[in-house]
Design a protein around this ligand. Structure first.
Ligand code: ASP
Length: 360
């Protein structure tokens, strides 16, 4: 009888302890905290920076850009809202822009001097600091997907040219015919640049390196950065590079730290601009490093790099970035940058010129 009584008391004590633990678990242990984290997600995109002036833009083209930016960012936002990862959102968002002839990536890639299209892309996971990139690929419809595969399925970070394409085949990617990347608009841009350079050469009998390759070039690279509900950051960038490029020139877009960088401890950044300068200034990593080592805000870091450091070297362009708290910045030193962001509440901001235009 005594034994039964002891057992009964023991059971009652255990039961009451369990019960008294419950409110602790439900309230303080995080339901509330997790909910706050869950609400804090966001996504930012760019479609290139450069001499983008309202006076040179028709209403219909402006509408086309805004519609595509909206479609791209909404795709990524929906993924994040449903609990998808930042990497998934970045990839799917960039795919929409790669498939559009409006941007200098995938379908709308610019032409090289030899009238081919060579594409570069990179992606980085802020949670693990893993990264993948490809450079100079000519047969891959969505280079950002191949960059992701380099990260996930190979021991490497950056693959280039034929080797990258062979790796793609082994991973089950389809090769497209290089003619897939032909667009009349980009082809004509190349011819215009070549023609201009000819005139210059004729008149002056010499031409500066800057003039030959890059003068009046309007950038059109695409990029995306995202913060997901689990607090993970990711960044990705995809481009055709610069019109009239030669000698298998590679810009900043596939260079981790220059064109793309993500670190859960700081921020995720995607760049667009004159690649040579962005490589030398290590733009994306420099923004993250300033936050990490100097403790400055994302906005301050981005402003210093884009408005002071890059122009001091002679370069131009811009970045989009998001930090671990969901703060965003879209900084550029050119006349315009195609850009958009969406926060957790689904508020959409789209911009093209210096001033932000809210109408989608
Ligand atoms: N950054 C790219 C490059 O230099 C060009 C761009 O952003 O449009 O290849």
């Amino acid at each position: 009888m005594k034994q039964i009584l002891t057992l009964l008391i023991g059971f009652l004590v255990l039961f009451s302890c369990e019960n008294s633990k419950k409110p602790d678990t439900d309230t303080s242990n995080g339901t509330v905290e997790i909910k706050n984290i869950n609400e804090n997600f966001g996504i930012v995109i760019h479609g290139g920076a450069g001499t983008i002036l309202k006076k040179n833009m028709s209403d219909s083209l402006e509408y086309a850009y805004k519609t595509k930016l909206k479609e791209a960012i909404t795709t990524g936002h929906t993924i994040l809202k449903k609990g998808g990862t930042a990497l998934e959102a970045v990839t799917a968002t960039i795919n929409i822009m790669e498939d559009s002839p409006l941007f200098n990536s995938g379908k709308g890639a610019v032409f090289t001097h030899e009238e081919t299209n060579e594409l570069d892309a990179s992606i980085m996971d802020g949670a693990t600091l893993n990264a993948g990139a490809v450079a100079g690929v000519t047969r891959i419809k969505n280079p950002i997907n191949l960059a992701l595969s380099v990260m996930n399925d190979s021991p490497h970070v950056l693959l280039s040219g034929k080797g990258a394409e062979n790796f793609a085949k082994e991973q089950g990617f389809e090769w497209v015919d290089p003619s897939y990347f032909y667009t009349e608009k980009r082809y004509k841009s190349l011819q215009r640049i070549k023609e201009k350079n000819k005139t210059k050469l004729d008149k002056e009998n010499k031409v500066s390196f800057k003039d030959v390759y890059f003068k009046d070039y309007k950038f059109g690279t695409v990029g995306c950065v995202a913060l997901d509900k689990n607090g993970n950051l990711a960044a990705g960038t995809s481009t055709g590079g610069m019109t009239n490029k030669r000698w298998n020139r590679i810009g900043d877009s596939p260079i981790i730290g220059a064109g793309t960088y993500a670190n859960n401890a700081t921020c995720a950044v995607s760049s667009t601009g004159w690649g040579e300068y962005f490589i030398r200034a290590m733009v994306a990593y420099d923004i993250s490093a300033m936050m990490e080592y100097k403790g400055v805000s994302l906005k301050e870091a981005a402003r210093e790099v884009i408005q002071i450091k890059v122009p001091a070297l002679g370069g131009d362009g811009g970045i989009i970035a998001i930090d671990k708290e969901g703060n965003i910045t879209m900084e550029f030193n050119t006349a315009g940058m195609y850009r958009a962001y969406m926060n957790a509440e689904g508020k959409l901001i789209i911009g093209i010129y210096k001033e932000v235009d809210r109408k989608p």
